[in-house]
Design a protein around this ligand. Structure first.
Ligand code: ADP
Length: 555
């Protein structure tokens, strides 16, 4: 057709008109409806619509249109998956024309189309933008059968492409608006202000929150240097230097400083972060008020200092009380022992040399003095041993339990306790443990001595000493078949001076198991007892096996 043909001219004018509108409007529905109206004008029909492909990829919704009855635009749908001409146009990307719907054999048309009097149909795809699916179909309907000429179809193609560009522009705009809304939200939630410095002119552009945080009025001087003046003098150099380095190296700007707020003269801590954009000759950044954080940091430092000084005071007073305890222990061992020995010595002299003068009653008393003095001496020895275990330096080394156990049994025999009433079975092999040799020997002595001591009158007690090794720990058992311990008492017997029996039946000071507890704890081990009244007792201690290798913390 002649390009100057009046219809061709009209189409070109309409194309230009639509192009103008498509660039001006931000309203997609307005653009689509206007597209339908104009295309109708260009092709001399009053029925046109745009169907939009839905996210399921197969439903087309009548998004906009002209000439349709109520209940079509925004409501009616077409199944693009079936044998519809719309679906076919979508799949092939080619225009689909039905000059007479009544005679159409290839496609089925939706009922609403026929109801609205469409007799001829032309479908042209509205392609999607980059990486996007097609938007849908531009559909021109005619109320009478008609042939769409080649010119009509090529006009429609061009028109649909223009429409596609307009739709894509709006989609991009929409996405951009979405991300700028999200950015604004993030800035709001994070209470961040934004700023931009033009590197050449030194002028700044700032968000209103920036001005609030920085403490300057909206009409405050726009130059960076003027802002710098608001930074407290002690921080100003650091900020200027940070800015210089950031621009020089094109590296991130990150600096904390204090600013003086002009309105209420308050001083606030702020953090400036930014990134230079050399192509645009600018630095863009954000500002945050970090006053609360700074105050919290300061309080933390102050609290730490107080804590440190408290700890050092306590350590000092602990050292003093340890020293006092040392001197107490010394007093107990020397000063108290001397009069005790004198008492015992004089009572013995009375008994040896003045038997007659004393008479029977006097002798009984003198004997009781000797007995009491001896008990007192044992008590002092035990207390000193206990205080030594609590405070002595612990020298951990590899210790063979067998040797300490043998010595404990030998001591038992020597003391006369391990007589014919005691049998001892010792495990032939003990895994070596990590322990302090002296403390370990004290612990074993006490456990073995107790096992021999707390037996039924006139009955032989069987003691078994054995070991178990598991997961880097060695558990040593000292078991007896003696009087046993009721479950209620099994915890408190490890406390100092806790005893369950009178001196007459079972002599003792109640310090032995307290030494076991303190000693094992100091060596980083655990202890316990399994027992029931009259069922014997099974005391155990657990220490690190000598073969245990601590996992390397650096791995
Ligand atoms: P002591 O042996 O001087 O009485 P210990 O601290 O060694 O003090 O023990 C505390 C108490 O625990 C004992 O008086 C006794 O009642 C109970 N006890 C300790 N070992 C055994 C044991 N093997 N069998 C039964 N009771 C025990």
């Amino acid at each position: 057709m002649d390009p100057d043909h009046p219809q061709r001219l009209r189409q070109q004018t309409i194309l230009a008109k639509f192009g103008e509108l498509a660039l001006q409007s931000d309203d997609l529905d307005e653009i689509l409806t206007e597209a339908c109206r104009l295309v109708g004008q260009a092709l001399g029909t009053d029925l046109a619509k745009v169907v939009e492909l839905q996210s399921d990829g197969k439903t087309l919704l009548v998004r906009a249109g002209v000439g349709w009855k109520d209940g079509v635009v925004g409501v009616a749908t077409i199944d693009a998956a079936g044998d519809s001409s719309e679906g076919y146009a979508l799949k092939s990307g080619e225009p689909m024309i039905s000059p007479d719907v009544a005679k159409e054999t290839r496609f089925k048309y939706a009922d609403f189309l026929i109801d609205n009097g469409a007799r001829a149909v032309a479908n042209v795809i509205i392609i999607g933008g980059k990486d996007r699916a097609a938007f849908g179909i531009l559909q021109i309907d005619s109320r009478t059968p008609r042939d769409f000429s080649e010119e009509d179809v090529s006009f429609l193609r061009g028109y649909a492409n223009l429409l596609a560009a307009a739709v894509d522009r709006l989609r991009v705009l929409h996405d951009l608006r979405g991300s700028s809304t999200r950015l604004r939200l993030a800035l709001d939630v994070g209470e961040l202000g934004t700023f931009e410095v033009d590197v050449e002119t030194g002028q700044t552009t700032r968000s209103s929150r920036f001005e609030t945080i920085f403490g300057v009025a909206p009409d405050f001087d726009r130059s960076w240097n003027a802002l710098l003046e608001r930074v407290l003098v002690q921080d100003r150099g650091a900020v200027a230097e940070a800015m210089r380095i950031s621009l020089l190296n094109e590296s991130e700007l990150r600096v904390e400083c204090q600013v003086l707020h002009t309105d209420d003269s308050s001083i606030r801590w702020i953090e400036l972060r930014g990134r230079p954009e050399s192509q645009k000759n600018r630095l863009i950044g954000i500002v945050a008020d970090i006053t609360e954080r700074k105050h919290a940091e300061r309080s933390l430092v102050a609290a730490n200092e107080t804590l440190e000084s408290q700890v050092s005071d306590r350590t000092e007073s602990l050292a003093t009380s340890n020293a006092q305890l040392d001197s107490f222990a010394y007093t107990v061992s020397h000063d108290l022992r001397a009069p005790l020995r004198a008492m015992e010595g004089f009572a013995r002299i009375l008994l040896d040399d003045h038997t007659e003068g004393l008479g029977a009653e006097g002798q009984r008393y003198a004997n009781r003095i000797v007995g009491a003095a001896k008990r007192m001496e044992v008590l002092i020895d035990d207390l000193l041993a206990f205080s030594r275990v609590q405070r002595a330096d612990v020298a951990m080394q590899v210790v063979d339990p067998a040797r300490s156990i043998e010595r404990a049994i030998a001591d038992l025999r020597a003391s006369g306790m391990g007589d014919a009433g005691v049998t001892v079975d010792v495990d032939p092999s003990f895994p070596p443990v990590r322990a302090d040799r002296t403390i370990f020997a004290q612990v074993m002595n006490n456990l073995v001595a107790n096992a021999a001591k707390f037996r039924r009158r006139n009955q032989v007690v069987h003691i078994v000493v054995r070991a178990e090794e598991q997961d880097g720990w060695v558990r040593l058992w000292v078991e007896d078949d003696g009087i046993g311990i009721a479950p209620d008492h099994q915890v408190r017997i490890f406390n100092v001076f806790e005893r369950l029996h009178g001196q007459e039946s079972y002599p003792g000071t109640g310090v032995g198991l307290a030494i076991v507890k303190a000693g094992i704890e100091r060596m980083g081990g655990t202890y316990g007892v399994e027992s029931a009244l009259n069922q014997g007792s099974r005391f155990w201690i657990e220490l690190r096996s000598a073969s245990f290798v601590a996992p390397d913390a650096s791995n």
